[in-house]
Structure formats: C-alpha cells, structure tokens
Design a protein around this ligand. Structure first.
Ligand code: ADP
Ligand code: MG
Length: 240
C-alpha cells in the first residue's frame, strides 16, 4: 500500500530524515516508537505530504505521490490523520466537524453526511454530543471525534501521531480502545505512540526510529523481548 524509497527531509539544511526505506502492506498496524526529536512526526507527515520530502520517493497504492503531478487532495482523502492536539474546528459543532470535508469535497450531500456522522457518533456512544462544540467535550471525547471525523472520509489508511499524548491519563484508555477496534476491523494503521502496551497488543510490526533513521524493526514479541541495537535497548530500558 505504501512504499517509501530512500526518503529524505531537511529543514534549513538540517537533515531530519536520512534515507528511509519502508514498505507497509494493506492491513498492517505499524507502530513507530523512538525518542523525541528522532523524526517520527516528520516521517508521518511526509506520508501524506503535509511535509514535502527533499529526497526519495513515496508510492501510495501504485502512484508516486512525490511526483509533482500528483493530486495531493485526492491522496489525503485516502489517508486519515489524527494529531496529538485533536485539530477540531472549535467554532463548529461536532456534527459539522465530521461532515465538513465529505460535503465540501462533494463526496456526500449534507443529508448523507449527517447520517454517516450520526452512525459514527452512535458507535462511540456520543450521539448526544452531535450539536455540542469541542469546548464542551473532554479530551478523550475530542480525540475520539477526531478519529471518526477521519473515518467519515472512508480512508484506506489511518495515520496517528501520538494520539494519546495530550490526554489526561484516565482518558487514554477510551482512545486506545477505539483504535484497537479499527485495527480489528482490518484498517491499515501507522501509529506513532509511547504506549508500549498498545504496540505490543495491537501492532503487527514495531519500528524504532532514532536520529532520522529506522534502526530496528520486528514483530512486537521480538522487538520487546530481544532488542538488538544498543540504542533500542537503552530506549526500552527507559520506557518500560
Ligand atoms: P519526533 O516526532 O520524533 O519528536 P519530529 O519529526 O517532530 O520528531 O522532529 C525531528 C526534528 O526535526 C527535530 O529536531 C525538530 O526540531 C525538527 N523539525 C521538525 N519540524 C520542523 C520544521 N517545520 N522546521 C524546522 N525543524 C523542524
Ligand atoms: Mg512528534
């Protein structure tokens, strides 16, 4: 589904991604861990071209999306993204937040989009919040709504950048639970997180990023039980 070839990204001459090669198959749940500043967010943001790579290629569903002729908007419809800071539109109701993109992009009429939004809200037990504004919601509710907002576009892959890092501890579980449900339904997922329990339980593959490179990757079992790179060993000794 995603093929990354020698991906490089520099900011003002500083190399942040140093030639990443990676293939992600349909249905995989790839979890990315690593120290702060190692390039995890930049990597994720390059996948949907929120950052423009300075070298290499990214292929998505057979299309070279780093080609200048690629239609970025079309691509982003297929890739849902969830951020640490929710990124809901605070001046819009929950329902409007969910229906805005599908209606604006003419994928659905407002009525159809409303129907889908209500189904999704019911699914996460928040149908009664349809007309509320983000400020009236808890962090966990906001993040779950950000997730179903992305789902409303029927993406082929979901990218998560530390989706639980801004939450109070008691709200982390409800967000991880929803992500786990998506995983069980077969969604292709790329998740940057510090939640090692999630990586172990839900990940099909765990990648360790450090200083702009993927230094090691393995099944969750092997990754945690038998880390080989000294930097991964050191990292795990601090987070586990
Ligand atoms: P992580 O998500 O692993 O913490 P990031 O991808 O956010 O790492 O950042 C990797 C490095 O790139 C950091 O040194 C960060 O300061 C730098 N960086 C990220 N985004 C930008 C930007 N827009 N401009 C300049 N430097 C950036
Ligand atoms: Mg980050």
């Amino acid at each position: 589904m995603i093929d990354v070839k020698n991906l490089e990204k520099s900011f003002n001459g500083v190399e942040v991604l140093k030639g990443i090669n990676e293939t992600i198959e349909k249905g995989e749940k790839v979890v990315i861990v690593g120290p702060s500043g190692s390039g995890k967010s930049t990597f994720l943001r390059c996948l949907n071209l929120l950052e423009v790579p300075t070298g290499g290629e990214i292929w998505f569903e057979g299309i070279n999306i780093t080609d200048k002729k690629c239609n970025i908007n079309k691509l982003r419809e297929k890739m849902g993204m969830v951020f640490q800071q929710f990124n809901l539109f605070n001046h819009l109701t929950v329902k409007k937040n969910i229906t805005l993109a599908p209606v604006k992009l003419k994928r659905k009429t407002q009525e159809e989009a409303d129907e889908v939004a209500m189904e999704l809200l019911k699914r996460i037990g928040l149908a009664d919040k349809a007309d509320a504004y983000p400020a009236q919601l808890s962090g966990g509710q906001k993040q779950r709504i950000a997730i179903i907002r992305a789902l409303a576009m029927n993406p082929d892959v979901m990218l998560f950048d530390e989706p639980t890092s801004a939450l109070d501890p008691e709200m982390v579980g409800e967000v991880l639970e929803l992500m786990k449900q998506l995983a069980l339904e077969g969604m292709t997922m790329v998740v940057v997180t510090h939640e090692m329990g999630f990586a172990r339980e839900v990940g099909t593959r765990v990648l360790f990023m450090d200083e702009g490179q993927i230094l090691e990757q393995n099944t969750p079992e092997q990754f945690f039980a038998n880390p080989k790179n000294p930097r991964l060993q050191d990292f795990l000794s601090k987070v586990l």
